[in-house]
Design a protein around this ligand. Structure first.
Ligand code: ADP
Length: 186
């Protein structure tokens, strides 16, 4: 089962993905984590991605799509995947649908986690990751609004979009997500 966790930077996608991976027994695939790991290990992808990640820009679509395609071809993703941080642009959404159709799979649900911007900025400043300076956070939010948010309409038109409130305790948000996924997954 392919589930996309969707939402602005800082809405808690990574936190929820880690919990849901255990609850649903489906592995978590975070493109952000993949890039941070590649940057740390100084792989060719990491060297390419570093300046984009540091600046809060999107890594080029083709690079991201290739990483996701490679990952989703691994046997451990046969049961499905919880996608976190991908797709983030329309070309990435198209790439995902192509990757999945080659594998005879489809997106089951896109879960839109909603938190307002002021709460997001507060959370990210507390997190304090290298790319979490006030300036870079604001830029990531602007990029989200321009490039990623429009995908909500696209997935709504496909009938796979569900939205939940991402505020409050982590466990409450998890429950809200589980409650909107079909019973077979709960
Ligand atoms: P956040 O959601 O808090 O911005 P992520 O860990 O998802 O954090 O992503 C960190 C950075 O990795 C992004 O700002 C971007 O540079 C890069 N990145 C992650 N996923 C993608 C993607 N799908 N397309 C392009 N760049 C990405």
């Amino acid at each position: 089962m392919i589930i996309v966790l969707f939402g602005a930077p800082g809405v808690g996608k990574g936190t929820q993905a880690a919990i849901l991976a255990e609850r649903l027994n489906i592995p978590h695939l975070s493109t952000g984590d993949a890039f941070r790991q590649a940057i740390k290990s100084e792989t060719p992808v990491g060297l390419l991605a570093k300046r984009y990640v540091d600046a809060g820009e999107l890594v080029p679509d083709t690079v991201v799509a290739q990483i996701v395609e490679e990952a989703l071809s691994q046997p451990r993703f046969l049961p499905g995947a919880l996608l976190d941080g991908f797709p983030r642009t329309r070309p990435q959404a198209d790439a995902l649908s192509e990757i999945l159709s080659k594998q005879n799979r489809d997106i089951h649900s896109v879960v839109n986690i909603q938190v307002d911007n002021s709460a997001i900025i507060e959370r990210l400043l507390l997190r304090g990751r290298a790319d979490d300076s006030h300036e870079v956070i604001q830029h990531r939010l602007d990029v989200y609004q321009a490039e990623t948010q429009p995908l909500l309409d696209y997935y709504a038109s496909k009938g796979v979009l569900v939205s939940i409130d991402g505020k409050g305790a982590v466990a409450d948000v998890t429950q809200r997500i589980l409650s909107v996924l079909p019973t077979a997954t709960a």
